[in-house]
Design a protein around this ligand. Structure first.
Ligand code: 9MR
Length: 562
């Protein structure tokens, strides 16, 4: 299987900022520098220079040169870059694409909602009946029993977002996703370059609450419902058995089951509810208070039950989201509870945790659903609080930003990611490393960190070995067949493709699905991706991946015209 990757000049197919860095990658056998030309939409050369040979890039196996055309600072549309007899796919030089991308990445969540009909007037082409509200053939999420032998009660766990292209709902992944949306909002209060986030065209639009919080609340309400009276939180709720594709949520006939409580899920609720308590306070005091009480109760329950781990073999009908080490979840929860309350017990826990001073900045990724210490560390650094020794916390985040900056500068494709093999959800890891860079910029105003974020997004939008964007609707060639039971257009043409702004999981050397195994064997890391709906390990959509995309695109949107 040899994909047609098109012209050998790889660019960000969406947009560079007029005053931002502008970099491209040329794939070539040549070892000596070559001339390049930047052309405007009428084909006139507006800038030129020579490439920088970079040798063989390990992530793609390609011999590459880099092209830096940052000196061109005028806006426009329909530019191309030519080198070595090849002309790139077209791109714009302008700032406003990233505001659209931020909003589209956030609009993604309404169409992921469970428990409510999706209004076609708000999302033309995407209307569908409510999923899992107890209307046949659904068995409904309004009264869900436990797996046999796990508990003898049922809970109303309706609502929330479907995790990804499946119909499951998982607290630890909902937790990181809703936290990232709340942080994207919270950043607008604390960061100099952040701008307010507009309407998301959701049913709540026009009320007195910012839409990004309206959307986050849809998930947070669900997370609260997963908590038992004793404070512990069920890890997940999903179908008894895996279902096939396509299958609209309202047509899922499977038995729904609550899975055991876990320490990780309980701490995720402690963290997100603590964050929600401070963020929603100006808008809804009762909801804020409810969250604070839930967070404290969850914290106490997790302290009393620190070792209830989700089983790595509980993967029938849904993902496992198992995690053998929840010490980072304790740290994240303590950090959020401290920022919100200022109480000594949380402060002391934070200061005593090994995660408070550990090096979190791995080349493979600063954080993900199972590694959440950096969420706490970054919030302690960027959200106002009185933590003793806070200057060192801020310095530690800058250490992370410096680490990813060095990787960007060293990488011929300019991304802040250098793990050797790529893994499931790699695109979100790349974006989350850009969040660390963005935090570095917010803390210092030093444009070297901002420019590294701007360069990092190029990879997601086309400057990569496959010469394609990973965001549906963005770029001349973009992912559009992400794995989803209801966006299964390639299996049933009466269904739509995913909405614009949907991020694909990305290259995964692990080849953990049958399509990837059949088509991608032997792939170099960047080539371990296929835009096939069956390739769930490289091409799924997911709530924790779009949250990273929306945070980063919001950051870039705030840089205006560079
Ligand atoms: O994102 C998850 C990834 O880190 C794991 O390696 C993978 C296998 O356990 O599961 C991913 O999460 C999936 C979840 O299990 C079920 N819903 C879809 C998620 C995205 O593919």
């Amino acid at each position: 299987y040899t994909p047609d990757t098109g012209p050998r000049v790889r660019v960000n197919q969406v947009a560079y900022l007029p005053k931002g860095p502008k970099n491209a990658t040329l794939v070539t056998d040549a070892t000596a520098a070559l001339p390049w030309q930047l052309k405007n939409s009428s084909g006139t050369t507006v800038a030129h220079g020579v490439t920088t040979p970079r040798g063989v890039d390990a992530s793609s196996g390609q011999n590459v040169h880099s092209i830096d055309f940052s000196s061109y600072t005028r806006g426009g549309t329909g530019f191309t870059l030519t080198a070595d007899g090849e002309t790139s796919r077209p791109f714009d030089i302008k700032g406003d694409s990233y505001r659209d991308l931020e909003l589209d990445a956030l609009k993604f969540y309404y169409t992921q909602r469970s428990g409510i009909a999706i209004d076609d007037a708000l999302r033309p082409g995407y209307g569908r009946p409510a999923g899992h509200v107890g209307v046949a053939p659904n068995q409904g999420d309004t009264s869900v029993p436990c797996q046999p032998g796990v508990c003898d009660y049922s809970l109303d766990v309706s609502g929330g977002w479907y995790d990804a292209g499946d119909h499951g709902k998982y607290v630890v992944n909902g937790g990181i996703a809703v936290a990232q949306l709340m942080s994207e909002f919270e950043r607008t209060k604390n960061a100099a370059t952040a701008k307010p986030i507009g309407s998301l065209a959701i049913p709540e639009s026009g009320d007195a609450v910012p839409d990004i919080l309206n959307e986050a609340r849809w998930e947070q309400e669900f997370l609260l419902k997963m908590q038992r009276p004793d404070g512990m939180v069920h890890h997940k709720i999903h179908d008894q058995n895996w279902t096939g594709l396509p299958l609209l949520p309202n047509l899922d006939p499977q038995k729904r089951e609550l899975h055991p409580v876990s320490t990780a899920a309980t701490l995720n609720l402690a963290a997100t509810a603590a964050q929600a308590a401070r963020i929603f306070a100006p808008y809804d005091a009762a909801f804020a208070a409810k969250n604070l009480a839930a967070a404290k109760k969850a914290w106490a329950a997790a302290r009393a039950n620190p070792g209830l781990l989700a089983s790595p073999s509980d993967g029938n009908g849904g993902g496992t989201y198992d995690d053998a080490d929840v010490s980072d979840e304790f740290y994240w929860a303590a950090a959020e509870l401290y920022i919100t309350t200022g109480e000594a017990q949380y402060r002391d826990f934070v200061l005593a945790s090994p995660h408070h001073t550990a090096d979190l900045w791995s080349p493979s990724g600063a954080f993900d659903w199972g590694h959440v210490a950096a969420l706490g560390r970054i919030d302690l650094a960027t959200v106002p609080n009185d933590l003793p020794g806070r200057a060192a916390v801020r310095t530690s985040v800058l250490d992370g930003a410096d680490r990813y900056l060095a990787i960007v500068n060293d990488h011929p494709y300019g991304l802040p990611f250098n793990p050797g093999d790529y893994f499931w959800g790699s695109n979100s890891a790349i974006l989350n490393n850009m969040v660390v860079l963005g935090a570095g910029y917010d803390l210092t105003g030093n444009v070297k960190y901002r420019d590294a974020v701007l360069q990092g997004i190029d990879y997601l939008l086309g400057r990569n070995a496959l010469n394609q964007s990973y965001v549906t609707g963005y770029g001349e060639v973009a992912s559009k067949n992400e794995h989803s039971r209801w966006y299964a257009h390639s299996l049933d043409t009466s269904l739509p493709n995913p909405p614009h702004g949907t991020l694909a999981g990305g290259a995964n050397s692990g080849l953990q699905d049958p399509v990837a195994q059949a088509k991608l064997t032997g792939c170099k890391p960047q080539f371990c991706y296929i835009d096939d709906i069956g390739s769930y390990s490289t091409n799924e959509e997911a709530i924790n991946w779009n949250s990273a995309l929306s945070w980063v695109s919001g950051f870039i949107a705030g840089q205006g015209d560079g």
